[in-house]
Design a protein around this ligand. Structure first.
Ligand SMILES: C[C@H](O)[C@H](O)[C@H]1CNC2=NC(N)=NC(=O)C2=N1
Length: 113
């Protein structure tokens, strides 16, 4: 499989396929710092990013927001003092699409940018 962070999100329609149980381990291997969580019955990917202060967390928040607009795929972002919690899932299919793994990998890359 190609590297997730080199891929682009595709338009995700209501009939797009969810990531299958068979695909999940290889995709998770590429984003080891993310945790699968189930919220309101919907499988999601979540990671907490820690920072030294609010301003650094806020700046990272803005980078993730720019990424979301560029990809046309949008996360939940919880900005707190010294912490940003990023959660990716696909609203249209109420679950995980390949797009969510691409965006999680690209979120990781923003830390180094
Ligand atoms: C029309 C537009 O492409 C859709 O509403 C997009 C926008 N961003 C999205 N983001 C996420 N996370 N899930 C979606 O299903 C979704 N749909």
């Amino acid at each position: 499989m190609s590297e997730l962070k080199a891929m682009q999100c595709e338009a995700c329609r209501a009939d797009a396929p969810k990531v299958s149980d068979a695909e999940l381990p290889e995709l998770m291997r590429q984003i080891p710092d993310w945790t699968p969580v189930v919220r309101d019955g919907i499988l999601q990917l979540e990671r907490e990013f820690k920072f030294k202060n609010f301003k650094l967390a806020w700046a990272f928040h803005n980078k993730v927001a720019e990424l979301a607009e560029a990809e046309g795929h949008h996360p939940a972002l919880l900005l707190e003092w010294g912490k940003l919690t990023v959660t990716w899932w696909s609203h249209s299919i109420k679950g995980l699409h390949k797009n969510d793994f691409i965006c999680a990998a690209k979120t990781d890359s923003l830390l180094l940018a």
